[in-house]
Design a protein around this ligand. Structure first.
Ligand code: DGJ
Length: 753
C-alpha cells in the first residue's frame, strides 16, 4: 500500500507491505525518511517526526531545518548536511551546490531504461526534486517482501557531469552490526561482521564487476538481533559492475546507509535533457531475525528478479565436463561420460571449456566460435543429436566477453579488445572485448545465438574470467553493453537456462540473475568450504540461484577427502549437479551417487524452492532447514568429529506443535575402507589396512549408514529429539552414525505417520 496524506502542514507518504514500512515526509521542500522498518500506520506519523532543531554549535540551518541532524532520504552538497552525500554534480570541472527542493509526487509511474530491474507487479511512488542544474526523480517501489529505490538524474544544462549518484539513501536510528560477504577466487561470500560506528564502513568493488571480493549485498542487524529474533535489514543492488555501499553513524545516532554505483573515478557527462539512470537498489527488512530476512530476500529474488520462465520451475540435474575433463576430451570420451551421467540420473549434459578454435589450454582460442572438429567431428549438432538419443539435453559453455591474443578473432580485430592508455595486461591469458563497441556486441550476439539455435542448446554457462581494466564511468558503460548483449540473446529464447559464472562467484549478483536464474557459486566445490560459501550467499540469495556440484575427493583445491554422502548433501542445498570424472567412480560409489541423484529428484521442489532457515547446531556443525508445503528437510553437517561423542539433538522449527510428524533419515553408505584398520579384529585373517583385498572390497561394496526414523509431535521436534549415536570408538554397528570427519545427514520430516 502507498498512501499520501497531510498532517500539520506537511506532506507524508507511507509505503507499507506485511514486512516493512517506509515513511517519507516533505518538510520545507526537503525529503525526510522518518522511518524504515517495522510496519506502521498513518496515525504514527506525528510521533515519528523529530525536532527539526535549531542546530548544535557550528551546524548550519537550511531555513528552519538543521539537515545535518535529521533522517533524510535525499541530500546534496551545500544544503547544510555534512555527512556523506549521495550525489555529486560537476559543471566545467567545478563541483556544484544545487539547491534541490520537492516538486511533485506521483504514483504508478514506471521507468524502463538500459539497466535490468525488478519485474512483475509493483506499486510505485516517484518523487521529483528540482534544482537550478538538474532534477532528481526517486522511484520507490513496493513489492510483497521488499522495497526498491532507484534514482534518475535529468540534466537541465549542457555538459552537466555526474560524479556520484547513489541508488538509495536512508538514515536509520540506532546501533547496528554490518555484515558483508567477502573473499576472492575459491573463497567467495565469507561473512564478516563489524559494529557500525563513527568511522565509515565501506563495501565496494573496483574490479569492474560486482566481484568475488565484496558481494554488493550486505546486512544491517540491530544490536541484539539473532537468527530468529530482532530486526535485520538486507540491502542489495540490481547491478553487475563496480558497486559502493557505506554505513556510518552520526553524533545524533543516525546511521547513514547508501548504496549505488562506485563513484571512484566516475565522471559521466550528460547532454541538456539527458538522463542518468542509477541501478535499482533493494531493501528487505524482517523483525524475525536473519531467517526472516532470508525468507523476504529469497521470495523477492524468486518472484521479481529471475526471468519469468524459470519462476518456480524445477531445474535439471546436470553433469558438467570441466573438473572431469578440463580441455582434454573427444566426442567418444564425452559420450562415455554422458552414458554414465544418464545412468546416474542426470538430465542435462554440459560441455564446458575447450570446444572451439585452438582452445586446448587457457592460452589460446578464446573469442573464436569455430568448433574443434578434431575433438567433435560431428560438430555441436552431432554431439547434440547423440546426447538427445541418450535422453540428455545439451548445455554449452561460452566465455563471450574475453579474447586470447592467440586467437583468430584477435588477429583479425586487435582493436576489439579493450585498450586504455595504460598497459594491456593479461588475466588468465586473456583480454576483455570492448562491449562498449556496437560491432563487438553484434559479433557476440550473432555467434552465441547461432550456436544455441544450431545445436538446440538448452542451457548456457556464461563464464568470464578476469578483472576489468576499465575504471569509473567506462566500467559502467561496459556493463550497459553486457546487459544489451544478454538481453538480445536471451529474451528471444526465454526457455534457455542461463547459468552465469565468473571464475566461480566473481559476478554473483542480482544484475546477472535478472537474465538467468542461477549462478555458479564458486569454483571451490569442497563441501566443507561450500558450507561457508553457500551459507553466506543464502543471506541474500535463494538456494535456487546457486549452482552446487558434487566433485572428486580428495578435492582439487583443498586436497581434503570428504565422504561422497556429504558432497551430495551440501550440493542438495543448491542447484545440484555432478562435476567429476565418472570413469573414476568405483561400483560402490556409482550406486551411492545414483541413489543421491534419485533422492534429490524426489525432493527437488523442496530443495530448490523450500524456505531456508539456519537452525541451532553443535559447535563446528551446521544445520540447514528447508520447509515446503509437502515436507521439511533438515541437513546436519559436521566438520571435525570428537571421539566419544554424546547425543546430538535433531531440532526442527516451524512445525505445528500438536501435529504428529514422521522423521526419516536419507539412507547413506559408508566406505568399508574407513574401517580397514579394524577388520583384523573380526576376520579370521589380517588382510592389512591397505591390502588389495580391502581395496577391492571398498570398491565393490559399502555399509549402510545413519538409518534413523521417529514419529513424534511438532512440539517435541522443536525442542529436539536425540539422534542415534555417532561412532563411539569401537566396532561397526549399523544403528550408529559411523561417519568420522566431515560427515552429514539429511532428515525428511512429513506430517502424519
Ligand atoms: C572458470 C569456471 O569457473 C569453471 O567452472 C570453468 O568453466 C572454467 N572457467 C573453464 O575455463
Amino acid at each position: 500500500m502507498i498512501k499520501a496524506f497531510n498532517n500539520k502542514g506537511s506532506s507524508f507518504f507511507l509505503l507499507k507491505n506485511d514486512e516493512l514500512s517506509c515513511l517519507l515526509q516533505v518538510k520545507n521542500g526537503k525529503l525526510l525518511m522518518l522511518h524504515l522498518g517495522r510496519p506502521i500506520s498513518e496515525e504514527d506519523a506525528p510521533a515519528l517526526c523529530p525536532e527539526t532543531g535549531s542546530g548544535w554549535g557550528c551546524s548550519v540551518m537550511n531555513g528552519e531545518l538543521c539537515l545535518d541532524s535529521l533522517p533524510l532520504a535525499f541530500s546534496s552538497g551545500g544544503s547544510g548536511d555534512f555527512r556523506e552525500l549521495p550525489l555529486e554534480l560537476f559543471l566545467k570541472g567545478k563541483i556544484l551546490h544545487p539547491d534541490f527542493s520537492f516538486v511533485k509526487a506521483e504514483t504508478g509511474v514506471s521507468f524502463r531504461g538500459r539497466l535490468p530491474g525488478a519485474r512483475g507487479e509493483r506499486e510505485s511512488l516517484e518523487i521529483t526534486l528540482d534544482s537550478q542544474y538538474a532534477s532528481v526523480r526517486i522511484i520507490f517501489s513496493l513489492f510483497e517482501t521488499a522495497l526498491t529505490e532507484k534514482w534518475l538524474v535529468e540534466a537541465k544544462t549542457e555538459g552537466l557531469a555526474i560524479g556520484k549518484c547513489m541508488s538509495l539513501m536512508a538514515d536509520l536510528q540506532g546501533d547496528f552490526i554490518f555484515s558483508s560477504f567477502d573473499g576472492g577466487w575459491i573463497s567467495e561470500a565469507c561473512r564478516h561482521d563489524a559494529p557500525v560506528s563513527f568511522s565509515k564502513l565501506v563495501n565496494e568493488s573496483l574490479s569492474g564487476f560486482s566481484s568475488n571480493r565484496h558481494n554488493p549485498g550486505f546486512l544491517l542487524s540491530r544490536r541484539g538481533s539473532g537468527t530468529d529474533l530482532g530486526e535485520v535489514y538486507g540491502f542489495n543492488l540490481i547491478y553487475s559492475g563496480n558497486h559502493y555501499s557505506s554505513v556510518q553513524k552520526s553524533l545524533q545516532n543516525l546511521t547513514r546507509v547508501m548504496q549505488g554505483i562506485n563513484p571512484s573515478g566516475f565522471l559521466l557527462e550528460l547532454e541538456n535533457g539527458g538522463i542518468f539512470e542509477a541501478p535499482e537498489a533493494v531493501v528487505a527488512f524482517s523483525s524475525k531475525g536473519e531467517n526472516g530476512l532470508r525468507r523476504c530476500m529469497h521470495s523477492f529474488v524468486n518472484a521479481h528478479i529471475i526471468p519469468q520462465h524459470f519462476q518456480g520451475r524445477e531445474r535439471p540435474v546436470l553433469y558438467n565436463s570441466w573438473e572431469g575433463c578440463m580441455f582434454s576430451f573427444s566426442e567418444r570420451r564425452l559420450l562415455t561420460l554422458a552414458k554414465k551421467a544418464k545412468a546416474l540420473g542426470c538430465e542435462l549434459f554440459v560441455l564446458d571449456d575447450g570446444w572451439f578454435g585452438q582452445r586446448n589450454s587457457d592460452e589460446a582460442g578464446l573469442g573464436d566460435y569455430n568448433v574443434n572438429l578434431k575433438k567433435l567431428p560431428g560438430g555441436l549438432e552431432g554431439l547434440s543429436e547423440k546426447l538427445g538419443k541418450l535422453g540428455l539435453d545439451f548445455g554449452l559453455w561460452f566465455e563471450p566477453e574475453a579474447v586470447n591474443p592467440d586467437s583468430e578473432l584477435f588477429r583479425a580485430h586487435p582493436d576489439w579488445a579493450i585498450k586504455t592508455d595504460g598497459p594491456s595486461l593479461l588475466g588468465r591469458n586473456e583480454l576483455l572485448l570492448d562491449l562498449r563497441k556496437a560491432e563487438v556486441r553484434d559479433y557476440i550476439v550473432e555467434n552465441v545465438s547461432s550456436a544455441i539455435d544450431r545445436a538446440g542448446i538448452k542451457y548456457v554457462k556464461w563464464d568470464m574470467n578476469r578483472h576489468s581494466p576499465l575504471l569509473g564511468a567506462e566500467a559502467h558503460e561496459y556493463i550497459l553493453g553486457l546487459y544489451e548483449v544478454l538481453e538480445r540473446i536471451f529474451s528471444p529464447r526465454p526457455q534457455v537456462l542461463l547459468e552465469s559464472c565468473a571464475s566461480g562467484g566473481n559476478r554473483f549478483d542480482l544484475g546477472m540473475l535478472s537474465f538467468g536464474p542461477q549462478a555458479w557459486a564458486s569454483d571451490n566445490t569442497d563441501p566443507i568450504e561450500r558450507l561457508e560459501i553457500q551459507q553466506g550467499l543464502s543471506c541474500l540469495y535463494p538456494q535456487s540461484a546457486m549452482g552446487a556440484h558434487v566433485s572428486a575427493s580428495p578435492h582439487l583445491q583443498s586436497l581434503r577427502s570428504t565422504p561422497l554422502s556429504t558432497r551430495a548433501n551440501v550440493s542438495f542445498f543448491g542447484i545440484f549437479g555432478l562435476e567429476l570424472d565418472l570413469n573414476h567412480l568405483s561400483r560402490a560409489e556409482f550406486s551411492e551417487l545414483k541413489a543421491a541423484v534419485s533422492f534429490y529428484k524426489e525432493h527437488r521442489k523442496a530443495f530448490q524452492f523450500g524456505s531456508l532457515s539456519l537452525t541451532e547446531a553443535e559447535e563446528g556443525a551446521y544445520c540447514w532447514q528447508l520447509s515446503s508445503e509437502e515436507e521439511t528437510i533438515v541437513g546436519l553437517f559436521h566438520t571435525l568429529v570428537h571421539s566419544a561423542p554424546g547425543y546430538e539433538l535433531l531440532r526442527v522449527t516451524g512445525l505445528e506443535p500438536g501435529r504428529l510428524y514422521s522423521v526419516e533419515a536419507r539412507q547413506q553408505s559408508l566406505r568399508i575402507g574407513q574401517f580397514s584398520g579394524m577388520i583384523k579384529y573380526i576376520a579370521p585373517i589380517d588382510p592389512g589396512p591397505d591390502s588389495l583385498l580391502v581395496r577391492e572390497a571398498d570398491r565393490l561394496a559399502s555399509l549402510p549408514d545413519g538409518g534413523f526414523s521417529a514419529l513424534c509431535s511438532g512440539s517435541a521436534l522443536s525442542s529436539g529429539i536425540p539422534l542415534n549415536l555417532k561412532f563411539p570408538g569401537t566396532g561397526y554397528n549399523p544403528g550408529f552414525r559411523n561417519q568420522g570427519d566431515f560427515s552429514s545427514n539429511i532428515y525428511i520430516i512429513k506430517a502424519g505417520p
